[in-house]
Ligand binder design. Structure first.
Ligand code: TEU
Ligand code: CA
Length: 534
C-alpha cells in the first residue's frame, strides 16, 4: 500500500466547549486552545480534531450548525480561527475540522427558507413528507429518542430529523445541497486546515421509501463525487464517522483506489458492552474475547486494503478507563495498559482530551447537572416507558456523553484551571487529584506513556506497517505480535486486577512497560512490549 503522510499521524481531539476558557465566561474557546497548543505539541500529536466551532444555537453543542462560515461568538472569531491555524502550524499541528453534513440547525437560513413555503427554492434542501393517516409519515425513531418526523404547521408537512428536532436532515439527493457542502469544505481548505472529520457521513444517502437510513446505494457515489469535486486537489486527510460500518464497508470507504475517505471510525469495538440489538443504555459487561476478536479482525482484514482509525474515547463515549479499566485502585496501570494495547496497533490513533491523564467518568447526583440532549431526551422517554429512575441514572453514569464533556482538568486550583468563571457544566469532583499538573509531577505519568508511545510510532515503521497476529493466551491476557521485515515485537497486556502467570513473559528487550521492572508473573493491568528479534 502506498505510504501516506497521515499513516503515522496521531490526532488529538479537542471538545472546544470543555477544553480551556480564556475569557472567564465558563465556556472553552479558541484562544484557550491556542494557550494550550504547546501542551498538545509536547505530547507529540500531529493534528487536532476540532469539534464544531461554527455558529450554532447549541441544541446539540454545535452539531446543529446555523452558519458553516462563521465561528460561534462564544468560541471567538474567524480571526481567532486563523490564529489557531497558524499557531498550530508553527508547532507542526494541523487542524482537522468537523464537517456536519447530514443535517443543519433549524436556525440555518437554508431551513428557514425551506420551511417558509412548499415552492421555496430551498424546499428540497431538506426532507419533507405529507402526513400518513393524519400522523407522521412513518414510525422512524430519532437517535435522540422520539419520532424522527416533526410536524411543521406552516406548510402542513413533516420534516425528517434523525437527531434532535432542531437538527433537520439535509437532502443529499438534491444536487445544490452537495454543492453547498463542497463549497463549505473549499472555504476551510483555503483557510489552511489539514483534515476533515465527517459527522455520521454514512447517513447522507437515505432511501426512506425503501427503509434505508445508513449506507444507502448512493453513499459511495456521493463520496466519490465529493472526492472529485473537493478532495482530489487538496492535501487533507479525511475520516468518516461510519458507526455501522463492518469490515467489508470499511474497505469500500477506505481503499485508496476508490477515492472516497482515508479512514473511518467504526463502533464495533465500542458496542461490545451493550446488549445486542438494543440501545447503548442497555448494558452488559465486556467479554475480553469479544474485544480480542473485533480488534484483531480490524487489524488483519484492512491490511493492504484500507486504513484503520484507533480510538477508545471521544466526545460521545464514556471515559475508557471507567469503561474497561480500573479508575480507582489501578488508575495509572489500567490507563497505560489500554494506551499500550491500542497504540501498538496498526492505524491512525486518536487521543481524546483528558484520556492522556486518565480522566474518569463522572456521577452527578442530580439529573439537572446533566446537559447532553441525548441523555435528557432518553431520560424523559424511559420514564414514560416505566423505567425506574435509579436504573436510568445507572445507564447515564456508565454511558452518558457528559462523562467525556466535563471540563479538562489542568490543575488543582478552582475549576481545575479550566475557567475563572462558572463552568457551563460541573467539573468532575476528582479534579484536585486527577489533573495535568499532578500527572506531570508524578513518577507514574500517564501523559509520559502516551508521549513515549507516539515517539515509538514515529521511530518504528513496524508499528505503522507491521503485520499483526493475535497470540493464544490466558483468558485475561490480550497479547499480539507485530512483525515487520526481520523484526518482531510482542505486546502483552493483563486486562485484570489479578496477578497472572503467563508463558508470554520472556527475556526479550523491553520497549515499553508500565511497571518498573518485570517479574515472573503479570501484575494487575501490566503492559509489556518486547522486541523479540532483530
Ligand atoms: O454522533 C453520531 C451518533 O450516532 C451519536 O449519537 C453517537 O453514536 C451516540 O451519541 C453514542 O452515544 C455524531 C456526533 O459525534 C455527535 O456528537 C452528534 O450528537 C451527532 O452525530 C449528531 O450530529
Ligand atoms: Ca470562554
Amino acid at each position: 500500500m502506498k505510504k501516506k503522510w497521515w499513516h503515522n499521524c496521531v490526532v488529538y481531539q479537542v471538545y472546544p466547549r470543555s477544553f480551556m476558557d480564556s475569557n472567564g465566561d465558563g465556556i472553552g474557546d479558541l484562544k484557550g486552545i491556542i494557550s494550550k497548543l504547546d501542551y498538545i505539541a509536547d505530547l507529540g500529536a500531529d493534528m487536532i480534531w476540532l469539534c464544531p466551532v461554527y455558529a450554532s444555537p447549541n441544541d446539540d453543542n454545535g452539531y446543529d450548525i446555523s452558519n458553516y462560515y462563521q465561528i460561534h461568538p462564544e468560541f471567538g472569531t474567524l480571526k481567532d480561527m486563523d490564529l489557531l491555524i497558524s499557531e498550530a502550524e508553527k508547532r507542526g499541528l494541523g487542524i482537522m475540522m468537523d464537517i456536519v453534513a447530514n443535517h443543519t440547525s433549524d436556525e440555518h437560513p437554508w431551513f428557514i427558507e425551506s420551511r417558509s413555503s412548499k415552492d421555496n427554492p430551498y424546499r428540497d434542501y431538506y426532507v419533507w413528507r405529507d402526513a400518513v393517516d393524519g400522523g407522521p409519515p412513518s414510525d422512524l425513531q430519532s437517535i435522540f429518542s422520539g419520532c424522527a418526523w416533526e410536524y411543521d404547521a406552516g406548510t402542513d408537512q413533516y420534516y425528517l430529523h434523525m437527531f434532535s428536532k432542531k437538527q433537520p436532515d439535509l437532502n443529499w439527493h438534491h444536487p445544490p445541497v452537495r454543492e453547498a457542502i463542497y463549497d463549505v469544505m473549499r472555504f476551510w481548505i483555503n483557510k489552511g486546515i489539514k483534515g476533515f472529520r465527517f459527522d455520521v457521513i454514512d447517513l447522507i444517502a437515505k432511501e426512506l421509501e425503501q427503509g434505508i437510513i445508513a449506507n444507502g446505494p448512493l453513499l459511495h457515489p456521493y463520496l466519490q463525487e465529493m472526492h472529485r469535486e473537493v478532495l482530489a486537489g487538496a492535501d487533507v486527510v479525511t475520516v468518516g464517522e461510519t458507526g455501522g460500518a463492518d469490515l467489508e464497508k470499511a474497505i469500500l470507504f477506505t481503499s485508496p483506489e476508490r477515492k472516497e475517505l482515508d479512514m473511518v471510525f467504526s463502533f464495533e469495538h465500542i458496542a461490545l458492552d451493550e446488549q445486542h440489538g438494543k440501545q447503548k443504555w442497555d448494558l452488559k459487561s465486556l467479554e475480553l474475547d469479544d474485544l480480542k476478536r473485533v480488534l484483531s479482525n480490524w487489524q488483519t482484514c484492512l491490511t493492504g486494503k484500507g486504513w484503520n482509525s484507533l480510538f477508545w474515547s471521544n466526545h460521545d463515549q464514556p471515559r475508557i478507563i471507567s469503561r474497561w479499566g480500573n479508575d480507582q485502585e489501578y488508575r495509572y496501570e489500567s490507563a497505560t495498559m489500554l494506551a499500550v494495547l491500542l497504540h501498538m496497533m496498526r492505524g491512525t490513533p486518536y487521543i481524546y482530551q483528558g484520556e492522556e491523564i486518565g480522566m474518569t467518568n463522572v456521577q452527578f447526583a442530580d439529573l439537572d447537572s446533566y446537559c447532553d440532549i441525548e441523555t435528557l431526551n432518553m431520560y424523559k422517554e424511559r420514564i414514560k416507558q416505566g423505567f425506574a429512575h435509579d436504573d436510568i441514572m445507572e445507564s447515564i453514569y456508565v454511558k452518558g456523553r457528559d462523562n467525556a464533556r466535563t471540563p479538562m482538568q489542568w490543575n488543582a486550583e478552582s475549576h481545575a484551571g479550566f475557567t475563572a468563571g462558572k463552568p457551563w457544566i460541573d467539573l468532575n469532583p476528582n479534579y484536585p487529584s486527577i489533573n495535568v499538573q499532578a500527572d506531570h509531577h508524578s513518577e507514574r505519568s500517564i501523559y509520559q506513556i502516551y508521549k513515549k508511545l507516539i515517539e515509538l510510532r514515529k521511530a518504528n515503521d513496524l508499528i505503522v506497517y507491521g503485520d499483526y497476529e493475535l497470540l493464544e493466551s490466558e483468558p485475561e491476557i490480550f497479547a499480539y505480535t507485530r512483525t515487520y521485515q526481520n523484526e518482531e515485537w510482542r505486546v502483552v497486556c493483563n486486562f485484570s486486577n489479578r496477578e497472572i502467570e503467563s508463558q508470554l513473559i520472556c527475556d526479550g528487550e523491553i520497549v515499553i512497560h508500565n511497571y518498573d521492572s518485570p517479574t515472573e508473573k503479570l501484575r494487575p493491568y501490566e503492559a509489556i512490549v518486547y522486541k523479540l528479534k532483530n
